[in-house]
Ligand binder design. Structure first.
Ligand code: Z16
Length: 852
């Protein structure tokens, strides 16, 4: 034990964020110090990138003190903490968000000005932290923001991928993937905890041993390969509170242990090389959204992350509460974000039984109290299953435990439904297929005390379809709903500062307290007949559209007229999300315009009588191995080439594909939409979260009766949204009909197919799979059933939009469209991720906010 003399200074702290960021002098002093010491540069030789690094290091310094104070406070209060286990955290940029949450944006802007920099330029230097694919990863990012902002004690646990989601380039209309090496310049927001290194084992074998004291037999796993998990922490500031939680992501590092047999055999190079391969585990994020490819490295990532996180959680518990295991579920809740972390259930059981010597039953009752599982999809191709032999080779002891869990579980099921082989087969964790597979969702359900879906419709669907047999076994109460939400700090205040400001003014809320009390938006309703207000509202949308037009010009060279209807669909490209439905309708519109022109109708007359001017704006990434999604991207780009270069069309129609859609681009695109598309085949989109972001920013929605669209409609009123399409309850029958009676192609869609096949958009063979999938292979996503309804809904909504969007003096537009926009925003309070987190806290985690 080292003796340290207490000089009376041990309680001293460096300045916290309030001290560093609330005065210009403090900020500037720290900034200059970071330029000169951290960066080893000087103020004469300081570009925007260096300024970004100096500024973020300054903010980071303050945050770390807030972080330390928070952790100390939380430890003393000794309340329950939630751990959110997610393989993806799609954080985006950190700097602007930190300044907003710390309420230090104005001071920092002025300080940077005095130093000769522009805050916006500096903010744009930061690369996105893109450690996620889409909705699931961004939800995790919104949730950690809400955990801090609502004063909960809650940590995120994930992986620190060296490469995030690939960057998308569009070359000749094709998607090309470029690696995203986001850590090129050192990352000021991450703190590597070199002292926290956790060994994680793989492979090896299991043998039986006896406890030397009791003589009781026990299983011992002797691993064959060891990798170290090193903790990398990201402080998560809350809005308007000192509460600062932690996001801990793991890096894989080789152990220092050495393969001496190889070394002694003179194979030094080989030996070092094998060690170095450990780092591959955390090198790259799997780029699939709603699809599981079943690769062994993915399973390795999952176990590495889960083992390190649980070891960390258990170590922290033991420091406070020794081996008082019955207290464990009172102190700790663990949320499984999808089935990716399901091995955590098995790992905790292994720790308690094999390492801590608890009896199986006692351990299992702790495990099932701790875990809860969120399901995010019903798509069969997204449900994780691991072949028994793959898992057994990588994790031999875990496979035994899974079999034991299944054995005890099926025994209970058998008691409840004696002799019902059918139910047993359906709920078994092991699927008796060739090869045998482990159903991760079944394991997650059996190991959890609550299972939730992410929107009402979805939560009902899982109870009646994929999990219906588990409802029979466990009863209804285990299955619940928590509708998703989004953080209004990033998705309103940060993305749309002008609208956020107008709202603050109207709510007489100069401190922007509504950002953590989003229900207050309701008060906007009373201004809905105030023309001055409506004009201001509309002019902010116009400003945001100009900002997007600038981005589009920069990225694609295409010039958009900001007065036309901006019709947006940005999200991962997937057949179930039906970007193909959208682009087919665009093609139809183009064909009709061409036909009218050919009949001698003038452009002006077409605008007045047939089609209002609009820009169709697409964006999103396709998984690199998803051929059909890539075909859709290609078609959108080729349609754009034809339409945008047709001099007869003018501004009547433009088609844009924005490359590399990501969080920071979403912050520009979302506030600029007049209309956004959420048009998945009914029953396929679990929730959707961009629908919430668009509506919160005053964009109207065209959507199917799917996911959270249903609840958005309930909140904002059906007169303020454009719903269309067949309902989820009809899908099965329609699919059946397609197969047994053939697919009927509506006339309008037939014309579109004809144009594609004529070669109007290049070699028709390129689109063969897309068209034939509909014509000859059953039209699984019901494009034919919803196509005409989609067109009709457009006719209706375009009448409401009118001809002069963006013209503040068009009173028709103001009193129809803009009013709907205001009423949407006023009623979107429910969709704050703060509300979602409160529901998890109360109904699933049983935790209360900490005292601040
Ligand atoms: C994902 O992004 C989602 C589900 C899933 O199983 C896997 C991934 Cl990577 C999405 C859903 O598709 C979307 O509807 C939902 O809003 C989002 O998860 C968050 O719940």
């Amino acid at each position: 034990q080292l003796k340290v003399l207490d000089s009376g200074k041990r309680g001293t702290h460096a300045p916290d964020s309030a001290a560093v960021l609330s005065t210009k002098d403090a900020f500037e002093e720290s900034f200059v110090r970071h330029v000169e010491t951290t960066l080893a540069r000087n103020m004469y030789n300081c570009d925007s990138l260096a300024a970004y690094q100096a500024a973020s290091n300054t903010i980071r310094d303050g945050l770390l003190i807030d972080w330390a104070n928070t952790q100390q406070k939380q430890t003393i209060q000794d309340g329950k903490r939630v751990y959110y286990l997610s393989l993806e955290f799609l954080m985006g940029r950190a700097m602007d968000n930190a300044l907003i949450n710390l309420k230090s944006r104005d001071n920092t802007k002025q300080s940077l000005n005095e130093l000769g920099f522009n805050l916006e330029d500096v903010i744009h230097q930061e690369p996105d932290a893109a450690l996620g694919n889409g909705g699931l990863g961004r939800l995790a990012a919104c949730f950690v923001d809400s955990l801090s902002s609502k004063n909960y004690s809650g940590w995120g646990y994930g992986l620190n991928y060296q490469y995030g989601i690939f960057k998308q380039k569009i070359i000749d209309g094709y998607q090309v993937e470029v690696p995203d090496y986001w850590l090129k310049y050192s990352n000021p927001w991450e703190i590597t905890r070199h002292e926290i290194q956790i060994p994680v084992d793989f492979y090896g074998y299991v043998y039986e041993d006896h406890d030397p004291n009791t003589g009781i037999a026990k299983k011992v796993w002797s691993g064959g390969e060891r990798v170290l998990a090193v903790a990398v922490d990201f402080p998560i500031p809350g809005y308007n509170t000192p509460n600062t939680n932690n996001l801990r992501l793991w890096n894989a590092k080789p152990t220092e242990e050495f393969d001496f047999t190889k070394f002694n055999a003179g194979d030094y190079q080989q030996s070092v090389g094998a060690q170095q391969r450990a780092e591959a585990i955390t090198s790259v994020l799997y780029p699939n959204d709603n699809f599981e490819s079943g690769k062994e490295l993915r399973l390795k990532q999952q176990y590495f992350w889960v083992a390190a996180s649980l070891h960390d959680i258990v170590r922290r518990f033991k420091k406070q509460h020794k081996n008082n295991w019955t207290k464990f579920p009172d102190q700790i809740a663990i949320q499984l974000n999808d089935t990716h972390p399901t091995l955590a259930v098995v790992e905790l059981q292994r720790i308690l039984v094999d390492l801590e010597g608890l009896e199986w039953e006692k351990a299992w009752s702790i495990v099932t109290k701790v875990f809860a599982y969120t399901n995010h999809t019903v798509l069969p191709e997204a449900l994780e299953k691991w072949p028994v032999d793959v898992l057994g080779r990588l994790l031999p002891r875990h496979l035994e435990i899974i079999y034991d869990i299944n054995f005890f579980f099926l025994k209970e099921v058998e008691k409840k439904f004696p002799g019902d082989r059918d139910v047993l087969g359906k709920v078994s964790i092991i699927e008796e297929s060739t090869p045998k597979q482990i159903r991760m969702a079944s394991l997650a359900i059996v190991g959890s005390h609550k299972v939730n879906g992410v929107a009402e419709l979805h939560s009902e669907l899982i109870k009646t379809t994929i999990f219906k047999d588990f409802v029979k076994v466990f009863g209804e109460d285990k299955f619940t709903n928590v509708t998703n939400g989004v953080t209004p700090r990033r998705w309103l205040r940060q993305a749309n500062p002008l609208l956020a400001e107008l709202i603050a003014e109207k709510l007489e809320d100069p401190e922007y307290d509504y950002l953590t009390n989003l229900g207050n938006l309701k008060k906007l309703e009373k201004f809905v007949n105030d023309d001055e207000f409506l004009k201001k509202w509309d002019s902010i949308k116009f400003h945001n559209k100009k900002r997007l037009a600038d981005l589009v010009k920069e990225e694609t060279g295409i010039v958009l007229d900001p007065t036309v209807l901006f019709d947006v669909q940005v999200k991962r490209i997937h057949e179930y999300k039906r970007q193909q439905l959208n682009i087919f309708a665009v093609i139809y519109r183009y064909l009709r315009i061409k036909q009218l022109l050919a009949e001698g109708v003038s452009l002006e007359e077409i605008k007045l009588k047939h089609y209002i001017p609009k820009a169709s704006i697409f964006g999103g990434k396709a998984a690199p191995g998803y051929y059909m999604a890539k075909t859709i991207i290609h078609l959108v780009n080729k349609v754009g080439d034809v339409v945008n270069n047709d001099p007869a069309i003018g501004n009547l129609l433009k088609v844009v594909f924005i490359p590399d859609y990501n969080v920071s681009k979403a912050e520009i695109i979302t506030p600029a939409s007049d209309l956004s598309n959420h048009i998945s085949t009914a029953g396929t989109e679990a929730s959707g979260t961009s629908n919430m972001k668009f509506a919160l920013n005053g964009g109207l929605v065209i959507g199917t009766v799917d996911g959270a669209n249903v609840e958005i409609t309930r909140e904002i009123g059906e007169e303020n949204i454009f719903l269309f399409g067949n309902l989820a309850e009809s899908v099965e029958e329609l699919r059946h009909k397609h197969i047994y009676e053939g697919v009927k192609i509506p006339a309008a869609l037939g014309e579109v197919f004809g144009a594609i096949e004529s070669g109007l958009f290049g070699n028709p063979d390129e689109y063969r799979a897309l068209v034939d999938g509909i014509r000859y292979h059953g039209d699984y996503y019901l494009v034919t059933d919803d196509f005409d309804l989609f067109l009709q809904t457009h006719v209706k909504l375009e009448k409401v939009f009118g001809h002069h969007g963006g013209d503040a003096n068009d009173s028709d537009h103001l009193h129809s469209w803009v009013k709907k926009s205001v009423l949407s925003v006023a009623n979107m309070g429910f969709f704050s991720s703060d509300r979602a987190i409160d529901e998890y806290a109360e109904n699933i985690w049983d935790i209360e906010p900490t005292n601040q």
